[in-house]
Design a protein around this ligand. Structure first.
Ligand SMILES: [Zn+2]
Ligand SMILES: [Zn+2]
Ligand SMILES: [Zn+2]
Length: 342
């Protein structure tokens, strides 16, 4: 059973994950590659190599855990948290801990062996974005769980251990500290100005244009003013909404194209860098919040976090976001293009 432990000084929770030590491939190694695609556990036809599927968008008449799917969600074989059991919150002197209850799922984004999300059609990406929503809607019914974090690791430097394009969802029984800090800052701004800071940010970024990467009817992608990393890019919906799972169909349709376009720009401009993306959304147990606004953060892993960053929480970013945004803006890509499939 994994364990959640709280740092008594800053209140940060840590997952002590015993199961993950059993992974045959440690994340620091190159992701496992499957040149032929035949032995990859995420490829169609290898469904018996993964735990039983939780959700799949399938062709009619196809069977669970059999071929015929387009997007498939399975439990992580080496979960950081486990779904069975109770939290059993307890203390140990000055320390707080609880059982590592939660969910750790893998969203396999396509049945064929493709290593980049940008190799998928926009429709395929839309279904991936729906799968995120469907899983969050389902998991938030579990009273023990309070937060769902969707993320993607691409490349060994970004923590990927398998190359077949996939994303992950970790659902935790506590609100992660990065999210509670964002929510606190946003709430302070709201209490002072009476407006959502993300909505204000969209407004100002669109007015000044210098950090804009992409502007579409319902989304804006920009390099944030205080970017921690070179080419850090956020995708923010123009429609105020605190919870990703409340996203509307027309937004998902557009986000499929926006996400693919931004990722293509990063891949083209930076020669396929390792990267992470995450979705920041409000905790499950909150109603629609006027001060918080879901968003996606994309972080190319071009620099390493070193001693100064660990020691201070400061980041040294060698590329001004205005310069990064201009470069990405001018990088021309075609989101309708897909590589030929055999
Ligand atoms: Zn594969
Ligand atoms: Zn807002
Ligand atoms: Zn955020």
């Amino acid at each position: 059973m994994p364990e959640l432990r709280k740092d008594p000084i800053v209140g940060r929770w840590v997952i002590i994950a015993t199961e993950r030590a059993k992974r045959t491939v440690m994340p620091k190694l190159e992701p496992r590659t499957f040149p032929s695609g035949t032995l990859c556990p995420f490829c169609e036809g290898q469904e018996d190599k993964t735990p039983h599927e939780i959700l799949a968008y399938r062709d009619r008449h196809s069977q669970p855990d059999k071929p015929g799917w387009r997007v498939r969600v399975v439990p992580n074989k080496f979960p950081a948290l486990q779904i069975e059991g109770n939290l059993n919150k307890r203390g140990e002197g000055i320390y707080d801990k609880m059982n590592g209850i939660g969910a750790h799922e893998v969203i396999i984004e396509c049945p064929f062996h493709e290593v980049s999300m940008t190799g998928l059609t926009e429709d395929n990406i839309r279904e991936v974005l729906w799968a995120y929503r469907d899983r969050l809607v389902d998991l938030k019914k579990d009273q023990r769980l309070v937060y769902g974090m969707v993320f993607k690791n691409v490349g060994a430097l970004a923590g990927a251990s398998l190359e077949h394009t996939h994303s992950q969802l970790i659902v935790t029984p506590i609100v992660p500290i990065n999210v509670s800090e964002e929510m606190q800052g946003a709430a302070d701004f709201f209490n002072y100005r009476g407006r959502c800071i993300y909505c204000d940010m969209i407004h100002q970024e669109l007015a000044t244009e210098k950090r804009i990467v992409l502007d579409t009817p319902n989304f804006v992608a920009f390099c944030p003013f205080a970017s921690r990393f070179p080419f850090e890019t956020w995708i923010v919906p123009k429609l105020h909404n605190s919870h990703y799972e409340n996203i509307q169909k027309m937004e998902i349709d557009e986000l499929g194209t926006v996400l693919k376009t931004v990722l293509l720009k990063l891949e083209t401009a930076l020669d396929k860098p390792p990267y992470n993306y995450i979705i920041h959304t409000a905790p499950f147990d909150t109603q629609s919040l006027p001060h918080y606004h879901w968003h996606m953060e994309i972080i190319p892993r071009l620099t390493r976090v070193a001693g100064f960053e660990w020691g201070t929480g400061f980041y040294i970013n060698p590329v001004p976001p205005e310069q990064a945004a201009e470069f990405l803006r001018e990088t021309e890509v075609d989101p309708s293009a897909v590589p030929p499939r055999p």
